[in-house]
Design a protein around this ligand. Structure first.
Ligand code: AMP
Length: 286
């Protein structure tokens, strides 16, 4: 495994792989790797000969009052995990590599509409920061396939749209959410939770799972979202949004939609948790 701190070093190594006819999978991350990230690497290994992982806490996607300074940075641990897994090239750039003239005057990439709702409504800088850095990373790595977690469901939809719209030559593959035994979706931010908050945190998933079961049993009901929000708030969460959506457009579900996703974000103390659950209704469901 090689660790690259410059674009030139990474690209010259990738050129060698490509000259040998080897295919490349790419997994972008912000580090503090857990099993959710490692599953993306394993997925990449089934799809390509070499897996490139980037580790970069991208300042462009953090708001002024968010956790950029405190975001967990555990590079040595991360590299040990990736080495054990057999990842081939790790790209660890600095801000001056990614934004040499400063992030404010860097070219920006943004996907309209899909990024306006949900996380985009409460974090206005978030998706523009992600699409800008991911577009740049795509151009640097030029991977055959790029793997993203379905944990960040809206992000995945936005990346797919960006890749389609800009004809970026990489195939985007989504990978299922990896959860703790009690259902909490794994996240680097879970380490912010106090023991009391950690005990409550799985209620987010449990609430989504209950709502999904009710919809599958009884069909859509406009009161379900409000009930789920009230349940979460009474358990100590402050819900940002919890919405049943069309899983392609991410617009609020209409009664004709069959492919659905419940998207949710909620604060637990100072920690923002997101989760989602897909469901498909049969043609007979009302
Ligand atoms: P992050 O480091 O949080 O930016 O995430 C990097 C990638 O890992 C993204 O594609 C995420 O969607 C994915 N990811 C993070 N947590 C999980 C999880 N629990 N299950 C599946 N994928 C995840």
């Amino acid at each position: 495994m090689k660790v690259h701190h410059t674009i030139e070093s990474l690209q010259s190594n990738l050129q060698q792989h490509k000259h040998q006819g080897q295919t490349i999978a790419f997994v972008p991350t912000m580090g503090n790797l857990h099993q959710g990230h490692l599953d993306l690497v394993k997925k990449g290994q089934t799809l390509a000969d070499k897996v490139v992982v980037s580790i970069y806490v991208n300042p462009l996607q953090f708001g002024a009052n968010e956790d950029l300074a405190t975001y967990p940075r555990t590079l040595d641990d991360d590299l040990a995990k990736l080495e054990a897994l057999g990842a081939s090239d790790i790209f660890v750039p600095t801000d001056s590599i990614m934004y040499p003239e400063g992030k404010e005057i860097h070219t920006k990439v943004s996907v309209p509409k899909l990024g306006d709702r949900h996380c985009g409504a409460s974090r206005p800088q978030f998706f523009g920061g992600i699409t800008t850095v991911v577009a740049k990373l795509f151009n640097i790595v030029q991977a055959d396939v790029s793997i993203f977690g379905e944990k960040d469901f809206q992000q995945l939809a936005i990346i797919r749209k960006m890749v389609d719209d800009l004809c970026i030559p990489t195939k985007v593959v989504g990978n299922p959410i990896v959860r703790e035994a009690d259902g909490l979706a794994m996240s680097s931010r879970n380490s912010y939770l106090s023991p009391e908050e950690r005990a409550i945190a799985p209620v987010l998933y449990q609430t989504l799972a209950r709502m999904k079961e009710k919809i599958l049993a009884d069909g859509m009901d406009s009161t379900l979202e409000q009930k789920a929000i009230a349940d979460l708030n009474s358990n100590g969460f402050t819900v940002d949004y919890l919405t049943l959506c069309n899983s392609k457009t991410l617009e609020p579900a209409s009664k004709h939609d069959k492919a659905l996703v419940i998207l949710a974000a909620a604060m637990l103390g100072k920690t923002r948790l997101i989760d989602n659950l897909e469901l498909s209704l049969s043609p007979t469901h009302q």
